[in-house]
Every structure is written in structure tokens, then in C-alpha cells.
Design a protein around this ligand. Structure first.
Ligand code: MG
Length: 277
């Protein structure tokens, strides 16, 4: 009998513990404002103006663009990351094995998992081209989602935002969850789009404290959508950016987010920062 009472008491305690843990971590609540889905149960950005992924934040103005820098020939000192032949410069992020993306007709198509470069980079100039699937799958963040992770940590969003509203800090050209792009310069799905990105790494002191944030300038289809913008730290879903001390170089990663997004003509140059006036 005592054993039964003890077992019942343990069961009640376990249930209470589970309930208290559930109470501590409420389920993410997606809301819709003016036809835009996002969140307002997320932390405020450090500027105190908007929640992370806030659907009420003003939409970036739409700017129409052309074929700026498409098929740009890699400069002689660039490291070519993908020239249409194979993904030998890349590996699967999760396993470290061969990249699981397909290469068809000179185009790499995202599948199965994120991929990362074999090589690490510091301050860099990156060129890449992407093409969103057509007909567009789904809407919002589920329409052609991918991303370019600088140092494997700092995501510049890739999404089909042509006639597809989403929370501004998740728009193409945005530093995910932090800074929306200055403009929505997306081309229609099925057409090639270009990213030209200039990035400087963050710096940390001997104790791992941030001394200089990372900065990024992003040109999407010929339109500057981030102008030497300071990054607030690692970019993640529903969280405020936070820096964690890391090596001075890191890989470039491309995201697989359950959509087939095409890539071509990827190359990178090292552009060491000269701090003298
Ligand atoms: Mg993404």
C-alpha cells in the first residue's frame, strides 16, 4: 500500500514538474498583422522599438532591379566556391561528409541539410547568385527560404520576397532577426538574383569580450540593402543577437530550410581590413 502511495506521489510530482516546465517555456505564438505573419511574444530588439520578427515593423520599400552582376567573372585572386561542376569546396554541415545538395545543369540545389565551405575566411568579399523556386511553394518564411551564413553564424536571409510579405527582419537582404534590408530588391521567382557581400569579422579581447562587432554591406541585385551595418551577434530564430567569442576565421554556410533553392557562380576574395587612416 505504502509503495502505491509513494508511486502516486512520484507521479503527481512528475506531472507538476512537467507543468511548471511548460509554464516556464510558453509555446511560440505566431500572429498576423496587416497580412504579415510574425511574433510579438519575442524579446525586444536592443533599440527598444520592435520585437524580434515583429510583423508590425514597417515593410522595406520595394525597389525594382535588373540583372546586376549576373554571371560576374571571378577576379583572378578569388577562390571559386562553385563554378557549376561540383561541390568539392563544400561539405555537409551536420556530418562533415560530402555535401548532400544536387548539381544539375551547372546549378546547385539545396536539399537535406546546410552546407559549409571546407575553407575558413575572415574579412571577405563574396559573390553568389540564387534562384527561387517556381511556382512558389507556400508563403511567408516558407517560400524559398535559404540563407548565407557568414563565419557559419551570421545569416543574410535568402527568401522569395517578391510579392510575399513576411516579418521585415526576415526579408531577403536582412540580417536575420536583427536588421531588415533597406529595400526589398527581390526579383521574381525563377529569375536569377545576385548577392555581393562585403563583411568584416568581429573582434574579441583575450577574455572573449567583444571589442568590435562584425559589419556587413550587402548589395542585392545592384541595390545596397545593408550599408556597413553592425551585426548584433549570432542570428537565430526568435532571439536577440548575442556574440560568443570565436576564431578569427570561419566557413561560409548555405542554409537548407525545406525549400529547393538554386545557386550558381559563387566566389570569394579575402579583403583584410587596414585600420590606418
Ligand atoms: Mg533563412
Amino acid at each position: 500500500m505504502n509503495k502505491l502511495i509513494l508511486a502516486a506521489a512520484i507521479a503527481v510530482a512528475a506531472t507538476n514538474l512537467a507543468l511548471s516546465q511548460t509554464a516556464k517555456k510558453p509555446k511560440a505564438k505566431e500572429i498576423e498583422i496587416n497580412g504579415v505573419r510574425g511574433y510579438q511574444d519575442t524579446p525586444m530588439e536592443p533599440d527598444g522599438l520592435w520585437h524580434v520578427h515583429d510583423p508590425a515593423r514597417p515593410q522595406p520599400p520595394v525597389v525594382t532591379t535588373s540583372n546586376f552582376s549576373q554571371l560576374a567573372v571571378a577576379p583572378s585572386d578569388a577562390i571559386v566556391l562553385f563554378d557549376g561542376k561540383d561541390l568539392s569546396q563544400w561539405r555537409d554541415k551536420a556530418t562533415g561528409g560530402a555535401a548532400q545538395w544536387s548539381v544539375v545543369d551547372g546549378v546547385a540545389v539545396s536539399a537535406k541539410g546546410d552546407i559549409v565551405t571546407e575553407k575558413n575566411f575572415g574579412d571577405l568579399q563574396l559573390h553568389l547568385e540564387f534562384r527561387e523556386p517556381t511556382p512558389p511553394p507556400d508563403s511567408g518564411q516558407s517560400r524559398g527560404n535559404s540563407g548565407v551564413y557568414l563565419m557559419g553564424r551570421y545569416e543574410i536571409q535568402v527568401l522569395d520576397c517578391f510579392d510575399n510579405k513576411t516579418y521585415p527582419d526576415g526579408t531577403t537582404g536582412g540580417i536575420y532577426g536583427q536588421h531588415p534590408p533597406l529595400a526589398n530588391a527581390c526579383r521574381p521567382p525563377g529569375e536569377w538574383e545576385t548577392y555581393d557581400i562585403i563583411f568584416t569579422t568581429p573582434h574579441f579581447d583575450a577574455d572573449g569580450k567583444l571589442t568590435t562587432p562584425a559589419y556587413v554591406t550587402v548589395i542585392l541585385n545592384g541595390v545596397v540593402v545593408q550599408n556597413h551595418q553592425a551585426i548584433r551577434g549570432d542570428t537565430n530564430h526568435r532571439t536577440v543577437g548575442k556574440y560568443t567569442s570565436h576564431d578569427p576565421t570561419g566557413p561560409i554556410a548555405l542554409q537548407y530550410h525545406h525549400n529547393s533553392v538554386s545557386f550558381r557562380n559563387l566566389w570569394v576574395r579575402s579583403v583584410p581590413l587596414v585600420n590606418e587612416p
